[in-house]
Design a protein around this ligand. Structure first.
Ligand code: FES
Length: 213
């Protein structure tokens, strides 16, 4: 699949699942302030597009639908949707690979992750979609999870502590439509030290005499 604007739909309507979400979202805002819901409604669109087409993106006609629902000028919605890179304004593959290459991830081997992604998908440049339409790869700035660097975000999930081998295994699993549980791929618990905790390992221990003084 290529990210081709010709694939853009000519109409968009919220489905029942989206309408339920929208009712919950808009109930949070006082009367007349529903425009504040523009960001969550754009996420609603993106999730609905994934359900309906397998590609999580926000076509312009859907931005118009959001504008009409919130009583906003369409240009105000376009401004928001094109400012935040979390919204895809072109079609993306089923698995949207968002590789963090900012300094902590780079120091921990993001080059290896990028190389493994390229090798497994055949994608060469940022923003490209693989020939089979399964993967789109982009470069992103710090995802706020440096403690488990390097990080690869796939759709909405973080895969952490990656290296070339783990990245290749992850992409093979995605290709089989069997994504592993998100989180650390090294097996450590959350962001505990590799090899397990080294402090506070006993419950109910006593302080030694020196520490007590
Ligand atoms: S630098 Fe990659 S998560 Fe912070």
């Amino acid at each position: 699949m290529s990210a081709d604007v010709a694939e853009a739909p000519t109409s968009f309507a919220f489905d029942a699942e989206s309408e339920d979400e929208i009712a919950r979202i808009l109930a949070k805002y006082p009367p007349g302030r529903q425009a504040s819901g523009v960001l969550p409604l754009l996420y609603v669109v993106q999730r609905q597009m994934r359900r309906q087409t397998g590609s999580a993106w926000v076509p312009r006609v859907a931005m118009d639908t959001v504008a009409a629902r919130l009583g906003m000028a369409p240009i105000r919605v376009y401004e928001v949707a094109t400012f935040y890179f979390m919204f895809n304004t072109q079609p993306v593959g089923k698995w949207h690979l968002q590789v963090c290459t900012t300094t902590p991830c780079w120091l921990r081997g993001s080059d290896e992750v990028v190389a493994a992604c390229r090798k497994a998908t055949g994608i060469h440049g940022w923003g490209e979609t693989s020939e089979d339409g399964l993967f789109t790869m982009i470069e992103v700035e710090c995802l706020g999870a440096c403690v488990n660097a390097p990080i690869l975000q796939v759709n909405d999930d973080f895969y952490e502590d990656l290296d070339a081998e783990r990245t290749t295994a992850l992409l093979e699993a995605l290709r089989r439509d069997a994504p592993p549980k998100p989180g650390s791929m090294s097996g450590r618990l959350n962001s505990a030290p590799e090899g397990g905790p080294t402090t506070l390992t006993e419950v109910g221990g006593t302080m030694d005499a020196g520490a007590a003084e």
